[in-house]
Design a protein around this ligand. Sequence first.
Ligand SMILES: [Zn+2]
Length: 157
Amino acid sequence: MLCDTIRPTGAVPPAAFHRTRDPPTAPTPQSAPIVSSMDDAHRAELGELLRERRASVEETLVVLTSDLEALAAARTDSTADDEHDPEGVTLSGEWSRLEGLRVQQERERTALDAAIARWDAGDYGVCKSCGRPIPVGRLRVRPMATLCVSCAERAGV
Ligand SMILES: [Zn+2]
């Protein structure tokens, strides 16, 4: 029976009730992929894009981490001399800047890992709110996007 998958959409706000995880039986005839609008070429292209971004984020994180370590060493040296050392202020400003970048890159890495996991599972590019395909053009710009344009706008993302 299909009564699990076909529900009247009338009064139910999809964002509140629609859960994409674990569809009960996933009655897909033939071997049709879930993302019917994305062809294999686009899927391959976006998978590559995800992995490239993942690699470059990883590289940036390595650089940032070693910069932060160098800065930590420099800061320890300079604050030992004079606590009013103007360079100490510059160093902590630089520290905040790099630390901010590092946090941002780690967030991006987490989002990319999640996107790669979805890609591997075959449900990449599906809006997690409304279940419709996310346009390829949007995914090229934001490959880790989990919402289609209209759901993202509604969510204020
Ligand atoms: Zn949507």
